[in-house]
Design a protein around this ligand. Sequence first.
Ligand code: APR
Length: 264
Amino acid sequence: MGYKINRMTDKIKEAALILKRSKFTTAYTGAGISVESGIPPFRGDGGLWGKYDPAVLDIRYFLADPAGSWVVIKDIFYDFFSAAKPNKAHLTLARMEQEGMLGRIITQNIDNLHQEAGSRMVFEFHGNSKNLRCTHCRRTYIAGEISLDHFPPTCRECGGILKPDFVFFGEAIPQLPLTAAYEAASISDVFLIIGTTGEVMPANQIPVMAKEYGATIIEVNPQPSNYTQNITDIFLQGKATEIMEKLAVHLFSPSLDDNQDGIN
Ligand code: APR
């Protein structure tokens, strides 16, 4: 697309027009979309990795010291996450899906907030924290049904150590979200990136692939990311709830006429 649009209102309108005209849009989300739901990001100001050593989420570290890892895992993922509720950004994406404006969500998040907002076509690249899986017999449990008073929690059937069912560093990405993400990159004419630094591999390659297939990249973030100067066509600088709320005004109102050429 190549040209840059300056005034935020014009950018919002232009982005809304592109989203309305899109045949297939994918939203690609990171920790930033859930910050206003009370879940800290991993990096940047107030980021979790400033307080905790990310090594606790390395699968070799976990298997070597499951009890030690679980102390931190509970602190991060089960105390913060349990109180979190979907915010206006999650809800706007859910409404876009309902109104046929959003075909798929590829998320790096493990907080289940897209599903709780009502989105259905959600593919979790890094798994989900709502379930625990036995590292021995692979049986899964709903996290809320397992006591986290003693570490590590163990499988009721085989006594194996239970692990949160999300992807640790050093683990492979589950096949279903991987396939769904590659497919989304090849079929989407718009990628809406919300709240990610774009630092973590291999997830961060998905929007780059979409760009290579010709997608228009719309990005929402209060800070520039690794994408902003590289692949982003329209950068909507701001918090996810504020920007998505502004977009929603245009997306869901008939006034934004599809025949309108660009901005008045
Ligand atoms: N609205 C939108 N974006 C925000 C907001 C907000 N209110 N607040 C912060 N952000 C942005 C930050 O500017 C940053 O670009 O969200 C991003 C958060 O970046 P990270 O913490 O690096 O999160 P993410 O990119 O999702 O991390 C990827 O890293 O640790 C692993 O597995 C973990 O899935 C995670 C992956």
